[in-house]
Ligand binder design. Structure first.
Ligand code: APR
Length: 177
């Protein structure tokens, strides 16, 4: 079921499932810029990984909207959680915020010299942002980033619902042509 494309030494993969179950060097959290962890991805990461993640993150906040910071991954199967602030505490997001949060998460991954990173579809839950536009923004960012020199060998997009997976699959299919 998992779709993947290869770009240079990096594989970009789509998976349907729960991001907290993924084994990767970094799991990206769909965060607000104060870094407290509410529901959705953040709630799942906090539940599975432990409150230690939020305690460390909140100390680093607030960060500029669109920025990203790394913390411990607690009990998750990962080295880091990268908190990508796709919105402020008004929980409103847009193209630019999602693009910057994705780009800055990829920058943190390079700085940490990690090999694999898992993204959720940032902004598309509480943020209410359309999945197809988020897919286009995030996948284009990932494709452009891995064309340059990067430590990343695997970039995984983890979609919770089947319809979200299908939307990302269609967009990736059109981008790889
Ligand atoms: N694994 C993968 N994807 C998930 C999971 C999960 N366990 N849980 C939810 N999702 C999906 C949602 O279905 C949605 O498509 O992740 C996408 C992002 O949803 P949110 O987590 O609500 O993130 P976002 O819309 O960016 O809102 C972030 O919500 O939970 C608060 O603290 C968080 O303030 C922040 C805001």
């Amino acid at each position: 079921m998992d779709m993947e494309i290869k770009i240079g030494n990096t594989t970009i993969t789509l998976q349907q499932g729960d991001i907290t179950e993924i084994e990767a060097d970094a799991i990206v959290n769909a965060a607000n810029n104060h870094l407290w962890m509410g529901g959705g991805v953040a709630g799942a990461i906090k539940r599975k990984g432990g409150k230690i993640i939020e305690d460390e993150a909140v100390k680093l906040g607030p960060i500029p909207i669109g920025e990203a910071v790394a913390t411990t991954a607690g009990k998750l199967n990962a080295k880091y959680v990268i908190h990508a602030a796709g919105m402020g505490t008004d929980l409103k997001t847009d193209e630019e915020k999602i693009r910057n949060a994705t780009l800055n998460s990829l920058k943190r991954a390079n700085e940490l010299k990690i090999k694999s990173i898992a993204f959720p579809s940032i902004g598309t839950g509480v943020g209410g942002f359309p999945l197809d536009t988020a897919a286009d923004i995030m996948l284009r960012c990932a494709i452009e980033h891995v064309k340059k020199d990067t430590s990343l060998e695997n970039v995984i997009f983890v979609l919770y619902q089947k319809d979200a997976y299908k939307i990302f699959e269609n967009v990736l299919g059109s981008l790889k042509r």
